[in-house]
Design a protein around this ligand. Structure first.
Ligand SMILES: *Cc1c(COP(=O)(O)O)cnc(C)c1O
Length: 361
């Protein structure tokens, strides 16, 4: 019997990559692999994407792990380096970095490196998280250009804060700021997944898909997702117990749920210890034996409980050992995120070490 298992589908990954290329046929693709490739396995996903033009990660450790796994494509640190002593490693492992601050510029300038580093200059076009402000851009760019430790082909980039909403005016404003500061003299990059799907003008030379690569729609309105993505991860586990309960019986911690009828309760071996969201509310869908059943009661560390109901004859056809799908092919993760007041990004990243990984044949 299987307990919590994430089934990874490389064909779906390749399909999603093709969809990205069909949205942005003239752009190179930097596939974003941060946070353990959104829970799918860093090295595993990198190796399954030989067609990617570059990879993006958030931490130096992730970048070095990719190099040690034999990944040869360019690798970009999307938040840059955090302290000057990391610069020798960047140079040694041939890693590229985003530069977004004066501190980083000063550190690069002072460093003694065997070879110059390739940098992506991050401009703050309105998200106000990381980046050089438009007012400081020109002088910052020139200082960077003059550093002996920086390669001459600086890429200019920025990040979109609201591209998932086609009705939000922020993206057009950010795009405008970006266009005013950049020119075709440089390679440019602006689009995350939502930019790729919803805003063709943001594609430029490099697109940076994360979420959509894994088959999840980045758009707020699912109808704004024009081409069908396929989920790369399907999360499954099994029924480990079926119990008959009576009307008025409560189930689980805090007696949080009480049955309004006689019914059958199924216990599935997955919980927040595996990364299933503890905040999944009553009614969150679970797919089992060709139908959807609701979660009832609180999500525990190792288990969840569902109301299996009963068939016409007062019986059920489910048996201990039957497989249940928590999200994936039969059940979009977007639906689970909504019922757990979170976003698919967080659900995917939270998959814990206890979850078995298998590769779909
Ligand atoms: C995470 C990240 C992305 C990918 O975002 P998605 O919404 O998952 O496509 C792109 N660019 C940068 C700089 C990022 O940090």
């Amino acid at each position: 019997m299987r307990t919590a298992t994430a089934i990874i589908d490389f064909q779906a990954l390749a399909h999603n990559y093709k969809i990205i290329k069909s949205y942005a046929p003239n752009s190179k693709v930097l596939a974003v692999l941060k946070a353990n490739a959104y829970g799918h396995g860093l090295e595993r996903i990198a190796k399954a994407l030989p067609q990617a033009d570059a990879f993006g990660v958030a931490r130096l450790d992730e970048a070095i792990a990719l190099r040690k796994a034999g990944i040869f494509q360019p690798i970009v640190l999307l938040e840059g380096f955090f302290s000057p002593d990391e610069l020798t490693l960047l140079s040694e492992y041939n890693l590229e970095t985003i530069i977004h601050s004066k501190e980083q510029l000063a550190a690069i300038d002072k460093a003694h490196l065997d070879s110059p580093i390739k940098v992506w200059l991050k401009i703050d076009t309105g998200m106000h998280r990381l980046g050089i402000s438009p007012a400081d851009f020109t002088s910052f760019y020139h200082a960077l250009e003059q550093s002996k430790n920086v390669q001459s082909d600086i890429i200019l980039m920025s990040h979109l804060g609201c591209a998932d909403d086609l009705n939000d005016s922020t993206t057009a404003i950010q795009l405008n700021v970006f266009k005013q500061l950049t020119s075709s003299k440089h390679e440019c990059s602006l689009a995350n997944s939502a930019g790729i799907c919803g805003w063709p003008e943001t594609h430029f030379d490099w697109v940076r898909p994360g979420l959509m690569l894994y088959g999840v729609s980045p758009m707020l309105q699912p109808s704004d997702q024009k081409k069908a993505l396929q989920p790369v991860m399907t999360l499954k586990s099994s029924l480990i117990s079926i119990r008959r309960i009576n009307e008025g019986d409560s189930v689980g911690y805090g007696s949080f749920w009480t049955s309004a009828k006689d019914t059958y309760i199924g216990v599935i071996a997955i919980g927040y210890g595996d990364g299933y969201p503890r905040h999944a509310e009553n009614g969150t869908p679970i797919y089992i034996n060709g139908r959807i059943v609701p979660i009832i009661g609180r999500v525990s560390m190792d288990m969840i409980t569902v109301d299996l109901g009963e068939g016409a004859a007062g019986k059920i056809n489910d048996k201990v050992g039957d497989e249940a799908t928590l999200w994936g092919v039969e059940l979009p993760i977007e639906q689970i995120a909504m019922r757990a007041t979170t976003i698919p990004y967080e659900l995917l990243c939270n998959i814990s070490r206890r979850v078995h990984i298998t590769i779909k044949k």
